[in-house]
Write a protein that binds this ligand. Sequence first.
Ligand code: GDP
Ligand code: IMO
Ligand code: MG
Length: 426
Amino acid sequence: MPVVCVVGAQWGDEGKGKVVDLYAQYADVVVRYGGGANAGHTLVVGGEKVVLHLVPSGALQPRAQCVIGQGTVLDPKVLLDEIDELERRDLAPERVFVSDRAHVVLPHHKLIDGLREADAGAGAIGTTKRGIGPCYEDKVARRGIRIGDLVDAKTLGERVRANIEAWRPVIAALGGEVPDVDAIVQLYAEYGGRLRPFITDTAKLLWDAMKDGKNVLLEGAQGAMLDVDHGTYPYVTSSTVLAGGACAGAGLGPTAIDRVVGITKAYTTRVGGGPFPTELHGEDGERLRKAGNEFGATTGRPRRCGWLDIPALRFAVQINGMSELAVTKLDILAGLGDISICTHYEGRDGTRYDTPPYDGLEDLTPVYEKLPGWTEDLTKCETIDDLPDNARSYIRRIEELADAKVGMVSVGADRTQTLRLRDPFG
Ligand code: GDP
Ligand code: IMO
Ligand code: MG
């Protein structure tokens, strides 16, 4: 089992960081394959919290190589800050390897992202304003700047100039100020100089690792319902976040992936705009937000909260080919009374939907089943058998409805608060 992929099964923030950190103790290489600093992956070790945006969540395990693949979009400043942080913590930053083919987020990407959101008013997507959309647009338009370009001062200037020219009318129409090309080129050449020792052909690194029988862990960002193809379009991110995206984004073939683990919270959250059928409004939503401390790890925005959405989860299982699920934040449901679980949606004409349709999700009604809750604190549980009967029944019901086994249960943010953790490569 040398290659395992961890992906988000909802709208992001499912607790992927925690699971990847735990799995990374068994891994030789951990790879981020998509997205950028829109991701915020939280790790809690010995009571201390660390949030990583670009460097893989294997960074706090001493051994794993941390690879950032070509499917990502990188803000060099954020990356260098995280590398510096590893250095400060004596965590061997030379374990970080950055793909020469990954794309570079430029200052105007962030500017345009912000201006567009402001311009869209109530129709805004609610992006993280990290420049992700415009950077991926440049990649697909074949005018992007890649990490490898940063170390070639001659071509960097020409490429950045051409890129800014392409955006000039857009920036002007949005009322923004076109940035100074020379200043950007100078700054990004400096970043390139500092990143140079970390830049490599990461697909080759992975190929060699796999040939040597090393354990490779692929770390997804975001979640299935934010996927550019399968998510709640246009309220999605701009990349393929699914396990399938790991092939192109890390540089390995589909036959190389042995196992896909989907991470889901025991309930649902979403940051930003877009449909969310099981959202709880008012006091009920507030109760869940407070209990789960649901505020974004990247932007600090309050997360929208609601009951577990099985149609979305079932869909995520299918389109990712998940071998199993890990359920996080089960501890948060304690003391909330009966627990509702959305088994399917219904259209106005009574049509039943077992997975989300391509459009019109906001017009569907979630149909709930009620399950008895529990009041016991789960955070000290050490095995599945320590869980109250009702919590165990809830997990069993998720397995039946989503058609996937639950391999791991998380009952607290700390590494240690994890039930049924096994070597994923075993
Ligand atoms: P990611 O983006 O999927 O890595 O998730 P985030 O880090 O953005 O958000 C998950 C949040 O839940 C973080 O604050 C974690 O520390 C926290 N967390 C993860 N698992 C658990 C759990 O089982 N219980 C509790 N109470 N918190 C958890
Ligand atoms: P992790 O990896 C939660 C959401 C944004 C917005 C939409 C588009 O921590 O789970 P973008 O900035 O990507 O153009 O924003 O996607 N979004 C996330 N929500 N967790 C994330 O990452 C997210 N990354 C993007 O809130 O709705
Ligand atoms: Mg997050």
